[in-house]
Design a binder for this molecule. Structure first.
Ligand code: NAP
Length: 458
């Protein structure tokens, strides 16, 4: 894949970049390793000052950055602005909480282990490689980098090849806040060059957010090297609607959950599983609201849904829908590639799915929703759990017993009740099954790339 900004709204290549040569990659890994030696000697207070300053820099750049995100991957401009501001919030969150999350923990009864005292502490691991996707080009990186740097690690970024200008911006962001030079470095490299970086002895761990095949490949190399890995992979989240739900609120939120970021979110509600008593009404409300969305130029504030980020991504969505329709799915709205420049796809709702359709098991990374009619909660859970993914889920019910049942029975990293899944700095984030392993955000997110060291004293 060429390293280039190709505007998905026009299909035109705006800027191309040469991949870093091996000696430049080597130099940058060296910088990150040297910066770690300096950073680990600093304290939380110092790092928090730099992190807050970097957040100020980011906020100051909000308009230029939001425009860049929209040009590089087609996110509607208001959502791009919100992404920038959310990153600044996350940076301040870790500036404030890192010391608490990584505090030493004394053993209350050291005599039980024949010690006068015993405690655990968190030490940074060193240089951590982040392999990141284009769909939230700032947020995915910052939610790794902010805790990593606050813990005293340094970061290397291999960003997706279609967001190189965002990657270059991130290269200097933390230095602009005051972090030692090299604390965070972008590597402009293709996917094929990632393995050698993981194998480098100065690189201690790797995190990947992206597709399942990429995750398998990176985890295999990390495993062979006995290096820690965190994987945040795909999802096909269920959105379950039961008879006691507020259907108007559920259908409005369902639209937002499905088409936010032009439908390209790992935690989007993708499969809408609806109790038969309210299925027809929900299907009507949901389809009408999907059909009413404004599809268009993402730079226009009035646009709800912009283009798919890449031509291959748009073609993949069209193929998934064509496969389902050829096998008997009903199109309640959408289902076509609009006749215009760029890589657009109509907001689409499909019903009457059968197990031979690819959409039943595969992730739809675009504004395409599938509807399932179920007789009861047992059938709802069976469909919710039938994919190989297990990232998040959303359940709509006002029945306490039903709520408790779903919270326990859905196989996912999170359950959101009467709301859509959203990532917050305060909440652990991650999946199970083919959605990956490990967690980001909250306390656990900063602890992932630390050495939990036990100290025992006679
Ligand atoms: P992708 O193709 O896997 O790309 C993600 C990153 O991995 C890019 O930097 C890519 O580089 C790199 N990459 C691809 N194949 C690789 C390999 N074999 N070895 C090493 N690196 C490799 O994913 P995508 O299509 O851009 O992103 C969409 C996917 O990400 C969806 O499945 C989505 O659900 C998932 N996602 C998950 C989360 C989460 O938190 N769980 C969040 C956002 C997105 P190139 O660009 O150079 O190919």
């Amino acid at each position: 894949m060429a390293i280039a900004t190709v505007n998905p709204t026009t299909g035109l290549t705006e800027k191309e970049f040469q991949a870093h040569a091996p000696d430049e990659v080597e130099r940058r890994i060296g910088e990150a390793a040297a910066a770690h030696a300096a950073l680990r000697l600093t304290d939380y207070t110092e790092r928090a000052v730099w992190m807050r300053a970097a957040a100020d820099v980011l906020e100051g750049d909000v308009d230029d950055l939001a425009t860049l995100l929209t040009i590089e991957m087609g996110k509607p401009i208001a959502q791009a602005r919100a992404e920038v501001l959310k990153c600044a919030k996350n940076m301040r969150f870790y500036a404030e909480h890192a010391e608490l999350f990584l505090a030493e923990e004394p053993l209350p009864n050291p005599s039980a282990v024949n010690a006068s005292s015993a405690f655990t502490r968190y030490d940074p691991l060193g240089v951590v490689l982040a392999v990141m996707p284009w769909n939230y080009p700032l947020w995915q990186v910052i939610r790794f980098a902010a805790p990593a740097l606050m813990a005293g690690n340094t970061g290397l970024l291999k960003h997706a090849s279609n967001v190189p200008q965002t990657a270059i911006y991130l290269d200097t962001l933390f230095e602009r806040g005051g972090f030692p030079a090299g604390s965070f470095r972008t590597l402009l490299i293709g996917a094929g060059a990632v393995g050698d970086v993981i194998r480098d002895s100065r690189v201690k761990a790797v995190t990947l957010t992206g597709s399942e095949p990429a995750g398998r490949s990176v985890a295999a190399i990390a495993g062979e090297q006995v290096k820690k890995a965190v994987l945040e992979l795909g999802g096909s989240d269920p959105f379950i609607v039961m008879p006691s739900a507020d259907l108007d609120a559920a259908s409005t939120t369902a639209v937002k959950a499905r088409v936010s970021n032009n439908g390209q979110s790992c935690i989007a509600g993708k499969r809408f599983i609806v109790h038969t008593d309210v299925y027809d009404e929900f299907a009507r409300l949901f389809s009408e609201k999907m059909a009413a969305l404004t599809v268009g130029d993402p730079m226009d504030e009035a646009t709800d849904v912009g283009p798919i980020a890449t031509e291959s991504g748009r073609d993949e969505i069209a193929d998934l829908v064509a496969d389902a329709v050829a096998k008997g799915a009903a199109v309640l709205t959408g289902g076509r590639v609009p006749d215009r420049a760029g890589w657009f796809y109509e907001p689409t709702v499909l019903a009457d799915l059968s197990d031979d359709m690819r959409l039943v098991m595969e992730e739809a990374f675009g504004p395409v929703a599938t509807l399932y009619r179920v007789a009861d909660r047992t059938e709802a859970v069976a469909i919710a759990n039938q994919t190989t993914f297990g990232l998040s889920s959303s359940v709509w019910t006002n029945d306490d017993a039903e709520e408790a049942y779903f919270v326990g029975a859905v196989d996912a990293g999170a359950v959101f009740i009467n709301g859509m899944t959203v990532s917050y700095p305060e909440l652990p984030f991650g999946g199970i099954k083919d959605s990956g392993y490990g967690r980001e955000l909250a306390a656990v997110g900063i602890q992932e790339f630390c050495n939990l060291k036990t100290v025992w004293k006679a």
